[in-house]
Design a protein around this ligand. Structure first.
Ligand code: PXG
Length: 469
């Protein structure tokens, strides 16, 4: 294909051919993509996106758990424009700082609630969730070195967790398909089983009992390793990419008891769960636990520009700052002024429209009610919500909850019907999940529910035609 000018209009097949020739996508089988051509997304507004063929889609995944304030917000674009003209970039390495980074750190410190004796007065910036979790590994190791316990190196995580895609992020994550490529995890990272009651609960066991038992796997692992070798435990408040896995209410209090007992650090990876998704600015508040480090990214700017970071709690900050000397870690874009300016505008919108409260008191409970009705669908074995995210499990037999064979790819069939019918919903195996913009009205939720219901009906029809149910 010849070179083209930036303003030249390209047809969809031309874009697809160039995409296939030059763009390596994340997590993509390119041989397969080349045969069908990538879907080209060209514009957006509110809760909708449009592809290059003019197809309108209701985006129930907020981009990728990002666009909490919805698409098309002038204030965020204006903040980026103004900041680019004033100071598009300067680093914060050599005893310099910039105004948006300072304002945002102050603002985030004010938004992160104090729990017990934990306060969050400090922020470390990166540009993504993955980088933030790499920083967490560096900070945790530095913390224990400074306290004279360098043997405390092991970080415990969970299977089916997602903590990013860099070497440390993918190692912390518990996705076996990622570990299988590239000799992961790196040393001193280990995983326990996830708190997934639907899959791992025993016959007759209550969800509450399961929650305590699942947290107990952490204590077993600590004892097997030797408590003096364990540096930290990292977990998502609810697992997002793993399929919106919501732990029973007894899980987090028991985890807190265990980390306290052995003095290990607790990292709450809130890349998906913070900024209103679960009805609070930060999700640890909802579950009432006391993290030492809180990872954030995505919705801090509603995805309008890359920004991530870590809220550093007082326990770690005191050691790093008071005993630390120079911490030899940081990124060119730590505290990027444009990203921080957009984040400030985004937080203004969230505050003005009270989005966390809206999720907690209005649209979250309404979504829960809608999902209760969805649970009656013959294909649905479980439907659950937490704040403004939800998951449902497609089952072959509703009575005994028999699952479909994995190779049938029933989740992907449902996802195809969603797309063809104008809805973006994500499939994680046979768990169908959503995390829509927090600006959705009740009428828009109703519209989404109709599309979900239709996709389930169409999936059911296809499975009947194929003789699979
Ligand atoms: N932690 C958590 C909890 C995440 O969800 C990351 C870290 C990594 O963030 P970055 O910005 O480096 O991508 C994430 C990212 C999915 C999906 O399919 C989810 C994520 C990323 C890509 C796909 O649900 N979450």
């Amino acid at each position: 294909m010849n070179a083209f000018t930036a303003s030249q209009t390209l047809s969809t097949p031309e874009i697809q051919a160039l995409d296939s020739a030059h763009f390596i996508h994340p997590f993509t089988d390119h041989g397969d993509l080349a045969t069908r051509g990538a879907r080209v997304i060209v514009k957006s507004e509110g809760i909708y996106i449009w592809d290059s063929e003019g197809k309108k889609l209701l985006d129930a995944m907020s981009g990728l758990w990002c666009v909490n304030v919805g698409y098309g917000r002038q204030a965020l674009a204006q903040a980026a424009y103004d900041q680019m003209l004033t100071l598009p970039f300067y680093n914060s390495f050599f005893q310099t700082t910039n105004v948006p980074a300072v304002k945002l750190a102050t603002r985030l410190a004010a938004l992160a609630p104090k729990v017990g004796d934990r306060t969050f007065e400090h922020v470390f910036y990166s540009s993504s969730g993955s980088e933030s979790n790499d920083s967490n590994v560096r900070m945790v190791r530095r913390y224990w070195d400074l306290l004279g316990q360098p043997q405390r190196k092991v970080i415990i995580s969970r299977k089916n967790a997602y903590h990013g895609s860099t070497m440390a992020g993918a190692s912390l994550g518990g996705m076996s398909s990622m570990h299988a490529q590239g000799d992961l995890p790196i040393p001193n990272i280990t995983h326990i089983e996830q708190p997934y009651f639907f899959e791992n609960g025993l016959p007759g066991e209550s969800a509450d009992d399961f929650g305590v038992r699942a947290a107990g796997w952490l204590e077993e692992k600590i004892l097997a390793l030797g408590a003096d070798k364990v540096a930290a435990f990292i977990a998502e408040p609810i697992q997002g990419a793993g399929g919106v896995i919501i732990p029973p209410p007894t899980y987090w209090p028991e985890i807190q008891r265990i980390v306290d007992k052995y003095g290990i650090l607790l990292i709450s990876d809130e890349v998906i769960c913070a900024f209103g998704r679960l009805g609070h600015w930060f999700a640890y508040e909802k579950f009432g636990y006391k993290p030492d480090l809180v990872t954030f990214a995505k919705a801090v700017t509603s995805g309008y520009i890359p920004l991530g970071g870590v809220m550093v709690g007082n326990r770690v900050a005191q050691v790093l700052i008071e005993k630390g000397g120079e911490f030899n870690h940081g990124y060119t874009y730590s505290g990027h002024p444009v990203a921080c300016a957009v984040a400030l505008a985004n937080l203004d919108v969230m505050e003005a429209e009270q989005l966390p409260q809206r999720v907690r008191d209005d649209i979250g409970p309404y979504l829960a009610q809608c999902f209760e009705s969805l649970a009656r669908h013959p294909l649905v074995g479980l439907a659950e919500t937490c704040g403004f995210t939800a998951g449902l499990v497609l089952v072959k037999n509703k009575e005994d909850k028999t699952r479909f064979a994995e190779e049938l790819g029933v989740g992907m069939i449902c996802r195809r019907h969603c797309f063809e019918n104008g809805l973006i919903m994500r499939a994680v195996g046979d768990r169908m999940i959503i995390a829509p913009p927090l600006t959705m009205t009740r009428a828009e939720i109703d519209e989404m529910m109709v599309l979900i219901q239709q996709a389930l009906d169409l999936t059911q029809q296809e499975l009947i035609q194929k003789g699979l149910i």
